[in-house]
Design a protein around this ligand. Structure first.
Ligand code: PEP
Ligand code: MN
Length: 298
């Protein structure tokens, strides 16, 4: 029986010829594309740790977190100025003011910054402040937005839609690639499944990491914060992701500031700089082991 909309990974070289590894193999492209963001390289020798607040809430909070994540060993800063919130009555982010704060935090620490863009009309504006543009889970299939970030040519962090198959995810990457931009880093951030919201926010799909590596040359990183929604699970989820071959992590961090209120957004999944420091240590150690294994193999 034929089903309209049926998808099969075997069709990927035809559906997504620009990002499919199997289509790419015919032209002898490299095994992984290295996506460079300033001093950072995704898909290079070492997994990249991105960290920062969920949302930019104030100048003080953002600068404090940025300095703390740098000291803990993160190589890139994250933070939302435009927040996709379920309720329009919740904090929506500081918008333009948030972008200015992010740039200041980036300059103060030397860490390149990734932030989400939700509106195709704001792509150029956000790009003036960010080193990498994030397409959030809710917008993975916002095709006009994908086309705009593709045209811009800046590196893109493409999060997996919360109910997206691998074919749909790579199809979204293909829209960006079609505009001539192959600087795309994929990000697994947990998918909707029956336990969602019961004991974890989402289901971290570790199996998709090797599958992505088999199907595309684009690097893949993991967001253990939105995948679990539970601060205590972020460290083990990070280690598991690295073991599965993730080429980086994007993690939400909060600093306990005396007298300050907890984060307005995703407080339950924010880890402390001390836990981030342990995760960065694990990532460094793992990278060293891989280099040793490679050296031993030749
Ligand atoms: C985020 O990283 O700020 C975010 C909103 O994540 P997601 O799009 O994966 O829900
Ligand atoms: Mn968040």
């Amino acid at each position: 029986m034929m089903i309209a909309g049926e998808m099969d990974l075997r069709d990927l070289p035809r559906i997504c010829p620009l990002v499919s590894r199997r289509a790419e193999l015919r032209t002898g492209e490299p095994k992984t594309r290295v996506v460079v963001v300033g001093p950072v390289a995704f898909g290079g020798e070492k997994p990249v740790v991105i960290a920062g607040p969920c949302a930019v809430e104030s100048r003080e909070q953002t600068l404090a977190v940025a300095k703390a994540v740098k000291a803990a060993g993160a190589k890139m800063l994250r933070g939302g100025a435009f927040k996709p919130r379920t309720s329009p009555h919740d904090f929506q982010g500081l918008g333009m003011e948030g972008l200015r704060i992010l740039r200041e935090a980036s300059l103060a620490t030397g860490l390149p910054v990734v932030t989400e863009v939700m509106d195709p009309r704001l792509v150029d504006t956000v790009a003036q402040y960010a080193d990498m543009l994030q397409i959030g889970s809710r917008n993975m299939q916002n095709y006009p937005l994908l086309v705009e970030v593709g045209k811009l040519g800046k590196p893109v962090l493409l999060k997996r839609g919360m109910a997206a198959s691998l074919c749909e995810w790579l199809g979204a990457a293909e829209y960006i690639a079609q505009e001539g931009n192959l600087d795309i880093v994929l990000c697994e951030r947990g998918i909707r499944a029956f336990p969602s919201g019961e004991y974890a926010r989402n289901l971290l799909d570790l199996s998709v990491i090797p599958a992505v590596k088999a199907e595309t040359f684009l690097p893949i990183i993991v967001d253990p914060s939105h995948a679990t929604g539970v601060a205590e699970m972020v460290e083990p989820a990070s280690r598991a992701a690295i073991e599965y071959g993730s080429q980086g992590l994007i993690i939400e961090v909060a600093c306990e500031q005396e007298g300050a209120a907890p984060p307005q957004c995703d407080a339950a999944q924010a880890i402390s700089p001390a836990v981030l420091w342990r995760i960065c240590g694990y990532v460094e150690g793992h990278a060293e082991q891989s280099t040793r294994k490679k050296a031993h193999a030749v």
